[in-house]
Design a protein around this ligand. Structure first.
Ligand SMILES: [Zn+2]
Ligand SMILES: [Zn+2]
Length: 246
């Protein structure tokens, strides 16, 4: 298993040797950075879905999620999707650095950051034991350093081990994560503004359930920051959707 935390000297995507002029991103060459599947010019301010005009998407207007705003750095499509699975299942932990780079950049581009601290979406104890690490926690720690925002890890608990989201259809995903999160007994959330960090948002069900628990404990605002978001046009999931997200 590849477990190096060292910066790579070749591009994550095309494996070309990185040159000095690529240093804006230490992990990806300029050509690949320019070709990344980026969100459409307009994204729903609440769930980050691609939309035609600025504002909120139809789904958020009709039935808003528990989080107040979302940022997605990329669309969950090739070549970002296999890179995310390499971090999650292949333990190439150095990939978290690139993900934090693009996420921090997307958050900064949106405007002033108005959250008090970051919080990775937790894994259940069983899943953490299997995998040995929480990919969201690795990304969150690196984003916290890049944006100089405090990081907390223990406020939110995954109290119920859920079936892998990838194995479920849209409706089952929402049922699966209902009640899966609880706040820690000593968590102080009253009036706090929190950004939840995860690698992928697919239906948004996991982030919704996590945000709901934080709001019920008194959080004033919860944002969802993800490296990649499945592009959900007309309510249909993309082909990549359902393959990798846990
Ligand atoms: Zn490249
Ligand atoms: Zn929306």
């Amino acid at each position: 298993m590849f477990l190096s935390l060292q910066a790579r000297s070749e591009c994550l995507f095309c494996l070309a040797a990185l040159r000095h002029e690529d240093s804006a991103s230490a992990h990806v060459c300029r050509g690949c950075a320019a070709d990344l599947p980026r969100p459409a010019p307009h994204a729903c301010v609440q769930c980050a879905a691609s939309i035609q005009t600025p504002g909120r998407c139809g789904a958020c207007l009709a039935d808003p999620p528990s989080f107040d705003a979302a940022v997605a750095a990329c669309v969950y499509a090739f070549p970002v999707s296999p890179v995310i699975s390499q971090l999650k299942y292949g333990s190439r932990l150095a990939l978290a650095g690139w993900m934090a780079d693009v996420l921090a950049e997307a958050v900064s581009r949106r405007g002033p950051v108005e959250v008090d601290w970051l919080l990775p979406v937790p894994l259940s104890r069983e899943r953490l034991g299997e995998r040995g690490f929480n990919q969201a926690a690795l990304i969150a720690a690196a984003v916290a350093r890049r944006l100089a925002i405090p990081l907390r890890r223990d406020e939110l608990l995954r109290v119920r081990d859920t079936a892998p989201q990838a194995s479920l259809d849209h409706d089952e995903r929402w049922r699966n994560v209902r009640g899966a999160f609880d706040v820690a007994p000593d968590a102080r959330l009253s009036g706090q503004r929190v950004a939840l960090i995860d690698d992928v948002m697919t239906t948004g069900a996991t982030l919704d359930a996590a945000a709901r628990a934080l709001k019920q404990a008194g959080a004033a605002r919860v944002e969802a920051w993800v490296v990649a978001r499945a592009d959900r046009r007309d309510g249909a999931m993309t082909q990549a959707d359902g393959v990798l997200h846990v």
